[in-house]
Unconditional design. Structure first.
Length: 906
């Protein structure tokens, strides 16, 4: 079966009517889902549990020994968590903590490593942190006994991803030294099997290393030709011609695998532990030129061009007169470079390869190190030149060597006269991550309906972390959305329970979400709570795996199967209203709704549809705040050399300082970005800590390239995001915005009327209460109904209707108990509130006309036009003579919506 479904909502009963199916698929909290199961199945009562519904069929030989079943598998875990030594890394926040080894204070903003140990002063077995300077903790661990856990891998450090590159480099050196000094290290765990070989033996055998096709110069020419053409079809044709006919026009004599691998440095990645400034530092030593001059040139945004310019100008280390490098030599050098972490070793390797390079050769090599050849061609355009199915096959297996091997084998069979050339088959490879299928965001339910005119299948998607589970016998692997291994603390306990939940599955690939469930409220906890420290703060929460798809089962790939093979399960929704009612519950419970037309699993493609609160109603349900521009950062690539990301913040009335909230990089077009370069009054500080003004509270990670000259004269932007979140990297009481984008420039506001820290705290608190948007809408408590957050509007007239107004304040009357009691009929009642006998005349001159009209119509109200005002039963204007209409006010509409019934006029 294509979909093995999860603990909530993923239950289908064959042959049931649509109304029954709708009830089954409503959101049932974890604590109450068993009420809807047969009496023989009892509710679990363990403190740790994983409950998974699975519906399976033995069609197509998937489960030969098991009859079809619909069952609930309860899996319990009462054992204590493994006591494992943990370390974390961060920047010192206040400068008050002392190093446990040297006893000196760790100054604010300096990177520090913490050892998490039991708290001897806590009766509840709490934890505390012992802080060390980076150098101090590695010196201490170096002298520790052999049985003491040491930091031998960067994944041992929680918070690693928050560090800046230069600090990562320092820690990497210490980690490498620790590895070198350790006589024995533990082997790989069973959950992380060795990576499959990525090379192609056949490609190497067919290659003539002495042929011109293997020269790096020819590879550079190919990249230049591809970059010069804007048409993606032409790009593919250029690559295809080179790979078929080579430079001589007869056939390709080079290494197909190596050529394609180098054409895809951003897809087939190696980690070189080198950022732009480190590359400049090493190259300035090699060329014996001024490092500061190279850093200034780097502001143009292309480190490879900076290296080329200074390489050409170097007198002591001139470039080669002619390029004789081969792609084999370049690949070997890059492979060695990826294994080096010490600065001296990296410099030696770069110097060795640079001796053989022309300036353009080295420029191209640096671009390979940066994983960007700047030819505006992705994996699809390159792999389509190899075989029509090569791109899909690569997305399914992520093994380029295997794809190239099979392509060459098919070519050999065709050339040997064994029939026409076969097309490449698309196969999932067990224990190798599959590119996950993605969803396109829809701004309304109706938009989703239009994209699926023949009907659709819909289900709840939980707002957790995407995880792909691979099981091969007793071996497990877990991969994130970006195809990287998932941190062990998020998935460690699933290994024991997945076999119990899927007893017939010897080998399988599951697509799922992992998130925390609060065992007291039965609610999913917010995105981002799976981090070790945040997870530890929720004592009454368990990690749960919500499986929503199965793409490989017992040796059979299910990607080519239809999403719903059985027509009895297929849902054909005719009216969007019913799905809209269901979506109200979905958004309240911090989830999304996924719609999928009848189709197959297509790795990497956005052929699913999703509806999220920050896109619904043109973003009217998203979390927004009016923030002030405090700084800016240089962009990369096409935005190199200009400000393209902006530091947004708010004012703290208590400390009289400005706090950072988020870094915004989207929402504006090229014209707006060009205008901002001239309009923003900024001072260039190049991330220099000594130039950070005293009025700004900021963490080292967010030191900008430019700082605003006067925050009281800075522009105010409306920043919209998926939700308010917590981030220790920001100083606005840790409040930040997830997926921020600028939705409009608030010319009607200044720094005084923008969102301040107190208002931001209120917005954060309200956004986390009860539900994620206001079903029972009412007048805003803010003075600015046309803005996004607190403060006076600063304007004297309503904004044009083309400007989206503020989202309704998140002060819902619904409680968790109300949601549990809310049945299908109640939902219909809410959205048919004004259906029975209410005909309203709403004059355009009424304040907040658009907002009133939107909500009245949303609750099935009937608005009468001006010429028919006499037929109205209720009016917001003076009733005409002989009219029976009752005079009402805007407050009456809000009161009706709030009480879910038509109340007497007020």
């Amino acid at each position: 079966m294509h979909s093995l479904c999860s603990v909530l909502l993923q239950v289908f009963v064959l042959g049931q009517a649509e109304s029954q199916l709708f009830k089954v698929r409503q959101f049932f909290p974890v604590s109450s889902y068993c009420e809807h199961l047969p009496p023989a199945v009892h509710a679990p009562n363990s403190s740790k549990e994983i409950c998974t519904f699975s519906f399976a069929s033995h069609q197509h030989g998937l489960l030969q020994n098991y009859p079809p079943w619909l069952s609930l598998h309860q899996c319990f875990s009462n054992e204590p968590d493994m006591a494992e030594q943990r370390f974390l890394v961060e920047y010192a926040k206040r400068g008050t903590a002392g190093c446990k080894k040297c006893k000196d204070k760790i100054q604010k903003g300096i990177v520090r490593i913490g050892k998490i140990v039991p708290n001897p002063f806590s009766e509840s077995a709490g934890e505390m942190k012992e802080w060390y300077h980076v150098k101090c903790i590695f010196e201490k661990l170096e002298r520790a006994r052999a049985t003491t856990k040491k930091i031998e891998d960067i994944t041992d450090l929680e918070g690693w991803e928050e560090l800046q590159d230069e600090d990562k480099e320092v820690i990497n050196k210490h980690v490498s030294a620790t590895k070198a000094g350790t006589s024995s290290s533990s082997g790989p765990s069973s959950s992380s099997p060795a990576k499959a070989s990525q090379g192609s033996t056949l490609s190497a055998q067919l290659c003539d290393p002495q042929h011109k096709d293997c020269l790096f110069r020819e590879f550079r020419k190919l990249c230049a030709m591809v970059a010069e053409n804007n048409s993606y079809n032409v790009k593919t044709q250029i690559i295809e011609k080179f790979l078929r006919k080579g430079t001589g026009g007869d056939k390709f004599h080079g290494d197909l695998y190596l050529t394609v691998k180098l054409l895809l440095p951003g897809v087939v990645k190696s980690v070189y532990n080198l950022n732009d400034k480190q590359i400049v530092k090493l190259c300035s030593r090699i060329f014996k030129c001024n490092q500061d001059a190279m850093v200034r040139d780097l502001e143009q945004g292309d480190v490879s061009e900076t290296v080329r310019v200074f390489f050409e100008e170097s007198k002591s280390f001139p470039p080669a007169a002619k390029s004789l490098l081969t792609i084999q030599e370049v690949d070997a050098s890059l492979t060695r470079l990826a294994q080096l972490t010490k600065e001296d070793e990296q410099q030696t390797e770069l110097e060795d390869i640079a001796k053989k390079c022309t300036s353009n050769d080295l420029k191209c090599i640096i671009r390979l190190v940066k994983h960007d050849l700047k030819m505006n061609a992705g994996a699809k355009h390159v792999l389509d030149a190899v075989d029509p199915n090569a791109y899909d096959a690569f997305k399914a297996s992520r093994n380029l060597g295997d794809v190239i091997e099979r392509v060459l084998r098919n070519q050999q069979e065709a050339s040997n006269g064994s029939g026409p050339r076969k097309l490449l088959t698309i196969e999932a490879s067990l224990m190798t991550p599959v590119q996950p299928m993605l969803a396109e965001a829809c701004k309304s339910i109706e938009q989703a309906m239009k994209k699926c005119p023949n009907g659709m299948y819909s289900e709840i998607k939980y707002d957790g972390e995407r995880v792909q589970v691979h099981k091969n016998g007793d071996n497990f692997s877990y991969f994130s959305r970006s195809l990287k291994p998932v941190l062990p603390h998020k998935v460690a306990h699933f290994k024991e329970y997945i076999p119990q939940a899927f007893p017939g599955g010897q080998s399988m690939i599951l697509d799922a979400e992992v998130l925390l469930i609060d065992t007291k409220t039965s609610k999913p906890l917010p995105f981002g709570t799976l981090g070790v420290h945040k997870k530890a703060a929720f004592q009454d929460a368990n990690v749960c795996l919500f499986v929503f798809d199965c793409i490989y089962f017992n040796g059979v790939s299910l990607m080519e199967r239809m999403l719903q093979e059985n027509s009895n399960i297929y849902i054909n929704i005719c009216k969007s209203e019913r799905c809209e009612h269901k979506h109200v519950i979905v958004i309240m419970m911090m989830t999304e709704c996924i719609f999928a037309s009848q189709g197959t699993y297509e790795p990497g493609k956005r052929h699913w549809l999703k509806v999220k609160k920050d896109y619904l109603n043109e973003g009217a349900m998203a979390d927004t705040a009016d923030l002030v521009v405090l700084g800016a950062f240089y962009g990369k690539g096409s935005n190199g050399g200009i400000m393209s990301s902006f530091l947004m913040g708010c004012y703290d009335p208590d400390s009289k300082k400005w706090c950072t909230v988020t870094k915004c990089s989207g929402g504006y077009d090229d014209a707006t970005l060009a205008r901002l370069q001239k309009e923003l009054d900024v001072i260039k500080i190049s991330k220099d800590p000594s130039k950070i003004p005293s009025w700004l509270k900021i963490i080292k990670n967010y030191y900008p390239d430019f700082i605003i000259r006067d925050p009281e004269q800075a522009p105010v932007w409306e920043i919209t995001g998926a939700e308010f979140s917590k981030s220790e990297m920001h100083t606005a009481d840790g409040i930040s915005i997830r997926f921020p984008r600028m939705t409009r420039i608030r010319d009607d506001k200044d720094w005084k009327s923008a969102t301040n820290l107190h208002q931001l705290k209120d917005l954060y608190r309200i956004s986390k209460e009860n539900c994620d948007f206001k079903v029972t809408a009412g007048p805003s408590t803010s003075n600015d109904d046309k803005g996004s957050s607190g403060g006076d509007s600063g304007g004297n007239s309503p904004l044009p209707s083309s400007h989206r107004g503020a989202p309704p304040k998140k002060t819902s009357k619904y409680t968790n108990h109300d949601l549990k009691e809310l049945e299908h009929n109640d939902i219909c009642t809410i959205f048919t509130l004004f259906s029975y006998g209410v005909k309203l005349f709403l004059p355009v001159s009424v304040q907040d006309f658009d907002k009133l009209r939107r909500y009245f119509v949303a609750y099935d109200g009937d608005l009468v036009p001006d010429y028919d005002a006499a037929s109205a039963t209720h009016t917001l204007a003076e009733p005409e003579e002989n009219s029976q209409a009752q005079r009402v006010t805007p407050s009456w509409i809000w009161e009706c919506i709030r009480k879910r019934r038509v109340v007497p006029p007020c």
